[in-house]
Design a protein around this ligand. Structure first.
Ligand SMILES: [Zn+2]
Ligand SMILES: [Zn+2]
Length: 130
């Protein structure tokens, strides 16, 4: 995987244990931080951070059998590694053409801008460093 600055045409990522490795074709778009309760629970963090890519360009190169999906709401599925628990992606049957990869599992810094924050009203009060 080459860094995006060198003209790479794909993103690559992996889970904490390294059992799952994936790549995704660019472009990537609509990067976001989501503070909804479900994202916070799934990530064990202040937010779920994502970037969208086309589903047909998303390829699990290793560890497909390790990925478990949790249906967090009727249309949505959250994929995670069943060995280490890393949150890998969010996808919805309402928008099957795209998949939201978790920014934290990318193997390189995401070079694009994070464009929006979702469910800001659910942002935890302990998030800002005081
Ligand atoms: Zn893993
Ligand atoms: Zn969310």
């Amino acid at each position: 995987m080459q860094p995006s600055s060198s003209g790479s045409v794909q993103l690559s990522g992996s889970c904490l244990c390294g059992g799952v490795r994936y790549r995704a074709a660019l472009p990537a778009y609509h990067a976001s931080h989501c503070y909804c309760t479900m994202c916070r629970k799934h990530h064990g963090a202040a937010a779920g951070s994502y970037v969208n890519v086309a589903s047909d360009g998303f390829v699990v190169e290793e560890g497909d059998e390790l990925i478990t999906e949790f249906a967090s709401s009727p249309p949505a599925r959250r994929g995670f590694c069943s060995v280490c628990g890393s949150s890998l992606y969010w996808r919805s049957s309402e928008s099957p053409e795209s998949i939201a990869l978790t920014l934290g599992t990318l193997d390189q810094d995401y070079a694009g801008a994070v464009e929006k924050e979702l469910f800001v009203e659910q942002k935890p009060g302990w998030l800002p460093v005081k």
